[in-house]
Design a protein around this ligand. Structure first.
Ligand code: NAD
Ligand code: DAU
Length: 342
């Protein structure tokens, strides 16, 4: 099979590409990425010389480029990870989220319609369901929970999901969608909670916790996410949505304190700062459909996963130090200017 993975130089996409290249030497894996601030070819070092791997630089919203790529490559499968993925950036600049997440997705779907495809898989998120109240731990997102996006990011992802389902019903494109909870693990860009807190704690800098720190996220290790997507792409039913999550709910404060304890740093580094506008309170996935139908089981729980992740950031300091010493400095100053003093 020839598989195009879009966004394969980002956090989850690069773990997916490595997984596919190593597990299926008979398949050809093409990594298509625009290399935005979040794309990093260093993430692909372990597979860059493999005969079944190739990188192509390009934009999923560039119709001419995408159609030419389909014409020459004739892919069997598309797995679409490419996106603007950071909620805080979407609050500042929603337009790029519409362009890549919505227009990029419809451009890929149009190419699938024009050239044919065996499977189009959309990597979506639990954020399309909105949030759950903190005082109802009995509630979970299922695949039939209504879409109720809160941020420009989640609105763009929900919109993309609706186009995917519309192209399935109207044009018969063989699609699947997965909606996963918060990921963590190797190669995550240090704008997101866990790598941001690890890198700042190691430098003895303030750790900006939004609001009261009681917001809950349901954490899944990136490798478990990728394994689930592989199962869905190969064995999932066309036109179906699958939630992915491992029942690992933690408050943000619990996550930050776990990191501080593991690094032997004081809790006095925690600084409560102005909340994110529209901040979702709780995410929690019910993964029963995926578990029952496809037999998926995560390998990590939060305790084993966070230990592996912290070790990876300790062993790969040069990877994230290079990132945070560049343009990231301006990003951090701008995003946290009213929040953090150091
Ligand atoms: P990321 O920001 O780390 O990576 C995104 C990648 O997409 C980058 O390599 C970037 O260069 C590329 N890209 C951006 N715009 C592009 C364009 N127009 N054309 C081609 N490439 C482009 O994101 P991530 O955290 O790895 O998330 C990947 C996908 O998974 C996203 O669709 C996101 O919505 C979804 N998701 C993420 C999480 C999470 O916790 N990170 C959870 C559930 C779902
Ligand atoms: O749920 C899946 C989603 O998880 C994905 O679709 C998104 O692409 C991904 O970015 C992630 O979204 P979140 O907004 O949940 O992730 P983030 O790491 O930005 O924030 C996690 C929680 O931590 C959230 O409640 C906000 C809080 N936070 C975050 C940062 C960056 C802080 O308290 N301080 C911070 O500095």
């Amino acid at each position: 099979m020839k598989i195009i993975v879009t966004g394969g130089a980002g956090f989850i996409g690069s773990v997916m590409v490595q997984y596919l290249v190593n597990k299926y030497p008979e398949d050809m894996i093409i990594n298509l990425d625009k290399l935005t601030y979040a794309g990093n070819l260093e993430n692909l070092k372990p597979v860059e010389d493999k005969p079944n791997y190739r990188f192509v630089k390009g934009d999923i919203a560039d119709r001419k480029f995408i159609f030419e790529l389909f014409e020459t490559e004739k892919p069997d499968v598309i797995i679409n990870f490419a996106a603007e993925s950071h909620v805080d950036r979407s609050v500042e600049h929603p337009e790029e989220f519409v362009r890549t997440n919505v227009m990029g997705t419809t451009t890929l779907l149009d190419a699938c319609k024009a050239y044919g495809i065996k499977r189009y898989h959309q990597v979506s998120t639990d954020e399309v369901y909105g949030d759950l109240p903190l005082d109802r731990p009995d509630l979970f997102f299922t695949e039939t929970t209504p879409l109720h996006a809160s941020s420009p990011y989640s609105a763009s992802k929900a919109s993309a999901d609706m186009f995917v389902m519309a192209y399935h019903r109207t044009f018969g494109i063989p699609v699947t969608i997965s909606r996963c909870s918060n990921n963590y693990g190797q190669y995550q860009f240090p704008e997101k909670l866990i790598p941001l807190m690890i890198s700042r704690a190691l430098a003895d800098e303030q750790l900006p916790v939004y609001g009261d720190g009681a917001n809950v996220r349901d954490w899944l290790h990136v490798e478990d996410h990728c394994q689930a997507i592989d199962l869905i792409v190969r064995n999932g039913r066309e036109g179906e949505i699958y939630n992915i999550g491992g029942h690992n709910e933690r408050t943000n404060l619990q996550v930050v304190k776990t990191i501080l304890a593991a690094l032997d740093k004081p809790e006095s580094l925690i600084k409560y700062v102005k909340d994110r506008p529209g901040h979702d309170r709780r995410y929690a996935i019910d993964p029963e459909k995926l578990t029952k139908e496809l037999g998926w089981k995560p390998q990590y729980n939060f305790d084993t996963g966070i230990r592996q992740t912290i070790e990876w950031y300790l062993d790969n300091k040069s990877w994230w130090e290079r990132i945070i010493s560049g343009e990231y400095q301006n990003y951090f100053k701008e995003m946290y200017k009213d929040r953090v003093t150091d």
